[in-house]
Design a protein around this ligand. Sequence first.
Ligand code: AGP
Length: 608
Amino acid sequence: MCGIYGYTGYRNAVKIAIEGLKKLEYRGYDSAGIAVLEDGTITFAKQRGKVAELEAVSNTLSNDARVAIAHTRWATHGKPSEINAHPHLDTGNTLALVHNGIIENHNELRSMLQQKGVKFVSDTDTEVVAHLVSHFYSGNLLEAIRESLKLLRGAFSIALIHRDMPGQIVAFAHQAPLAVGLGKDEAFVSSDPNIFSPYTREVLYIGNGEIVVAHKDKIELFNANLERIDRKLETLTSISSDVSKGDFAHYTLKEIFEQPTSLLAAINGHFINEYGTANFQGLTLSSSDLLSVQRILILACGTSWHAGFLATYLLEDLARIPTQVEISSEYRYKNPVVVPGTLVIAISQSGETADTIAAVRELKAKGAWILAICNVESSTLTREADNTLYLHAGPEIGVCSTKAFTSQFVVLALFALQMARMRHLSKIEGQEFLNAINALPNQVAKVLDIAPGIAQLAKKYAHFDNFFFLGRRYMYPTAMEGALKLKEISYINANAYAAGEMKHGPIALISDNCPTVAFCANKQTYEKFISNLMEVKARSGPILAIAEEGCEGLEGIADDVIIVPKTLDELAAIPSSVAAQLFAYYIALCRGADIDQPRNLAKSVTVE
Ligand code: AGP
């Protein structure tokens, strides 16, 4: 997944492009580059590493250039390097282009072009497109792109400048996000419309096979047959707010500490105390539709999948609705059976995860109704879904998801409460559950208060290279999420298991060199879980327990204990997850990892 950006207008195009790339780094940060068009000549700069590295060398480009395309990369084909960084040009430097996505038949096209004498300089799939368009070009760029599109396979969005088309950016897409913004005497092309929203909120979304020509004062849109399309501009409802780290060392820590506020944003206005139920104004499903729901299918990836996994317990326990959660990258290749009465919930913080979007499109094709839970307005998923519940958590910049996870789960908990109260849950029971939800922000604040103690503990465990994370019931998905945090930001091998599974093999790995983080906050299975921990202890495995205030029986078993506020089993994932987030953060800090932008990762996985 990568971020592409383009500008044509009256401003310093290099400056605008660098500014845009910095906001697009969530889509990848292996390398970055810019190409500018001025007086019929294309010049470029590209650099391995983050946008800051590119900015340091961008002074080689003209400040008078008013047209630029730019790119920040997450490597798919060809290792992160300067030569593989975008933009890529054809042999005669007549055109330059930047690309997000994957050209699946790039090898076949590369061979075809090489047989025609084309010399390649990079290992990327993208360079194939530059030479292909150039190969077909004989004076009409749109014709050349149309011929190229007939041969290209895969999911891609591409922005291109050509020396024969001054002041213009030509862009095209297939199964990948691409938006064009038109301001006053300036236009923008971007993978994400929020990036240019401070300049204009008038946006056009490019559909599959469509070609757009962006001029500073107009946008021309064509279909694959080069017939003009007259499509109205839409108005973005959100303006991307410039976020800073404030006094925090990392965005990740800032976002961990924002959770009392982000949880309030997820809760406030979404419940009715008097009736002990939830109420989402944005939910367009009618009460009869909601009552007709017989089963729920949840689709997601990564941390969002963990929130979905937790929700399966909650929707079955509270609302008595059979619920399954599927990993999007697997599900998209199934031949799903959509039975009447199925509600599909797609969870995605970014709303740009390619696998989740692909799975949703497959289910829509089968007639399913899609409810999205998302944190980014105008993202691709929100435009594919029939309805979206927003987290309102604010931009999440740290690659590892923290506040979005806890907000996802709280939105799902409120939705489960609404479904439960429509079925069998009494008003009193509903009000008790609501009270527990409303207590969460303060309970999370209490966990944040013990951050210094968790930081101390992290120093004791930071040298281990392998961990187990164990839990039962709601603590099992919680353990999975805690393990993912540690993997992502400290590069430690952390394996999560349902505690009851340990004796079926994994316990063979327990040793004094492999500590266990034990998620104890499940009253229903607490005694059983203590027995599991004794099995670990008997094999010299160090144990760090995350347990609720007032719990007993950990003495002599856990080497260390992090105490979190007590809540319902159904909601215990929230305080325990925040403790695990802090633990992972401080271990990563001890190990000097790149916490906000860990190696090999990107905030939004827009390729499959
Ligand atoms: C979580 O810390 C990771 N960054 C990753 O697993 C993420 O949750 C996953 O890629 C899904 O992203 P989404 O929520 O934007 O769809």
